[in-house]
Design a protein around this ligand. Structure first.
Ligand code: CA
Length: 237
């Protein structure tokens, strides 16, 4: 089977080194560029099958690089973003990014995500139906508001800046308040590759989800822990 060539465009040497190592360990071929222009040159000369693109580059922005690549290519693109501000732009700009991860991230999560995107895009290529998913409604529970089409959750109108998994879990919870979910059930519903995830991955994302809610209101904790079982969303909210 052909190995997918992954182009990483990232200016921070330490991150680049870690990601290249993780990619090669996961069975990908990897090439790296430290600037947007160098990345575009490699993109044209090597025709990678996947691109990982840092948003903050020294010359062009990741968005500009993506736009340039999108002129004549449907290559899957995953953005690396810093926490503040950038996420909204990645999600909002509709540049055709396939996914994003927020720094700091685990290299294992990154490679699992790439594998899932590649499988998904192969499925899409092989199917002839071009149906787009139905639009999803905004869900409101108390002070919490979920905007599925924007991958956003808000408390009192303040965006929590959730990662995709945090968002996915909150969506499951908010759609079924009071129902207790085991870690396995959450992984099946939210993760692309549940078999590649660990139980403690769910706990870690619950922790960061709570932290982001506490950043808006330190007393706000609608996610309940059921020791030895799993988690639920407070129906009294
Ligand atoms: Ca950077």
């Amino acid at each position: 089977m052909n190995r997918t060539l992954v182009l990483l465009i990232e200016d921070e040497p330490a991150i680049a080194e870690t990601v290249v190592y993780a990619l090669e360990s996961a069975g990908f071929d990897a090439i790296h560029a430290g600037t947007g222009r160098e990345g575009l040159d490699l993109f044209r000369s090597r025709a990678p099958g996947f691109v990982i693109l840092d948003v903050g580059l020294p010359d062009l922005t990741g968005f500009e690089v993506c736009r340039e690549m999108r002129r004549d290519s449907e290559v899957p693109v995953l953005f690396l973003t810093a926490r503040d501000g950038e996420i909204d732009r990645v999600v909002g700009l509709e540049l055709g990014a396939d996914d994003y991860v927020v720094k700091p991230f685990s290299p294992r999560e990154l490679t699992a995500r790439i594998g899932a995107i590649l499988r998904r895009s192969r499925r899409t290529e092989s199917s002839l139906t071009g149906n787009s998913p139905e639009s999803e409604k905004v869900v409101t529970r108390g002070r919490l508001e979920l905007l599925p089409e924007r991958y956003q959750a808000r408390i009192d109108g303040i965006d929590l800046g959730l990662s995709r998994y945090e968002f996915g879990m909150l969506k499951v919870f908010m759609n079924h308040p009071g129902r207790v979910y085991t870690r396995d059930q959450l992984m099946d519903q939210v993760w692309d590759e549940p078999e590649a995830a660990l139980d403690r991955t769910v706990d870690a994302h619950i922790k960061t989800l709570r932290k982001k809610m506490h950043a808006v209101d330190s007393a706000f904790d609608p996610v309940k822990t059921h020791r030895g079982i799993g988690y639920s969303f407070d129906p009294e909210l």
